[in-house]
Design a binder for this molecule. Structure first.
Ligand code: TXA
Ligand code: MG
Length: 341
């Protein structure tokens, strides 16, 4: 059931569910999460079961503010504290050394823990309510609220489509950022970018005052870290087959295949395109959608666009390769994974 996130009764109902060890759908500024009490092994196990996600994949734990760090982590390096001060609340996750005996299941058994303080007012309201309760809940473990490997949800209706009407979902509107948080591993002595997001590598470097390595750059130096589902090659995959092409190849492919599919049944669209270039096509079986010229605007709508193409039942999704340049890193990352699916 979807409840309006801005109503105090909805927050109270969600807090009650969390207290009872249930799952809820939680809006954040990045994507919607499937949330449970991070301190309850039993509730956290339900997340893994509902998502079909392997239980050794660590989850991100959401806290109300920077004060929540001390409950879950210790030995926080100075550069991590600077990142928290600069970007929280907001779309940044820091991986920190985990405090013994806390959040083990949420962390997938790792001796580290991923922490994030979301800025979305509905997430903030719930986290504060939970912290103020007679039996305080210090954090919500919440991966993106989608089945394992699928496209992350950016509306309450997407979450309901993934998990059905029995799940309580707080409606916080369409997510402002649209793609998952930037993840920085702060457990290896220097900052490492595990997942690009709307907070860029350059912004992180400026705040840390030191270079930020990519996980690929690290592989030669340090043994592999835990497997993280956001890092699997194939992820964020719609049902349709996704291909990335430059604008010219896309137009050529459309000219060739567009004519061919037009002569065939059934009548529903077969190909969807998502491109900055305005493509020529006379085919009724080609859905064309403009990609914004701006990376942030593209990120905001990307997952909703992929889901909408799936809803229309297309078999192929052809996407124009995003421009070069660091501001497109996060969108490029998600598109490459979608195309690997
Ligand atoms: O924006 C977001 O981060 C969203 C919203 C709901 O907050 N959450 C999200 O969670 O994307 P999830 O579980 O889909 O992705 C979490 C990523 C995974 O790649 C996970 O493996 C990694 O964070 N992660 C979490 N804890 C970790 C740890 N201790 N060590 C390494 N990676 C970790
Ligand atoms: Mg996810």
């Amino acid at each position: 059931m979807i409840l309006p996130g801005n109503a105090p009764e909805s927050i109270a109902a969600a807090a009650h569910s969390i207290g009872a060890g249930e799952l809820i759908g939680l809006p954040t500024e990045t994507v919607y999460g499937l949330a449970a009490d991070a301190g309850s092994a039993w509730a956290v196990a339900k997340i893994f079961a509902a998502k079909g996600r392997p239980s050794e994949h660590p989850l991100i734990v959401h806290v109300a503010d920077a004060g929540g760090v001390a409950h879950f982590a210790d030995q926080v390096p100075a550069f991590a504290s600077r990142l928290i001060a600069a970007f929280w609340p907001g779309p940044l996750t820091v991986i920190l050394p985990r405090r013994d005996g806390v959040g083990k299941e949420a962390a997938g058994g790792q001796d580290s823990i991923g922490l994030r303080c979301p800025s979305h007012p509905v997430a903030q309201a719930l986290l504060r309510d939970l912290l103020a309760g007679s039996q305080p809940v210090y954090g919500l473990a919440a991966p993106s609220a989608n089945q394992f490997g699928r496209v992350s949800p950016t509306t309450a209706a997407h979450v309901q489509g993934e998990f059905g009407d029995a799940l309580l979902v707080l409606d916080g509107g369409a997510c402002r950022v649209g793609i998952e948080s930037t993840i920085i591993d702060c457990t290896r002595g220097l900052p490492i970018l595990l997942r690009p997001g709307s907070i860029s590598r350059a912004q992180v470097e400026a705040v840390c005052g030191q270079a930020v390595l990519l996980k690929e750059e690290l592989q030669n130096h340090i043994p592999q870290g835990p497997r993280a589902s956001g890092m699997l090659e194939s992820h964020y995959a719609p049902n349709a087959t996704v291909r990335l092409m430059n604008a010219k190849a896309l137009q050529t492919a459309l000219d060739v295949l567009g004519a061919e599919i037009d002569s065939k049944k059934p009548q529903q669209p077969v190909i969807a395109t998502y491109s900055r270039l305005i493509l020529r096509s006379t085919s009724s079986k080609v859905l064309r959608r403009r990609m914004p010229d701006d990376a942030a605007a593209t990120a905001q709508q990307l997952f909703a666009v992929l889901r909408e193409f799936d809803t229309q039942g297309v078999k192929l999704i052809w996407i124009e390769t995003p421009p070069e340049g660091p501001q497109w890193d996060a969108v490029r990352d998600r598109l490459q994974r979608a195309a690997a699916g």
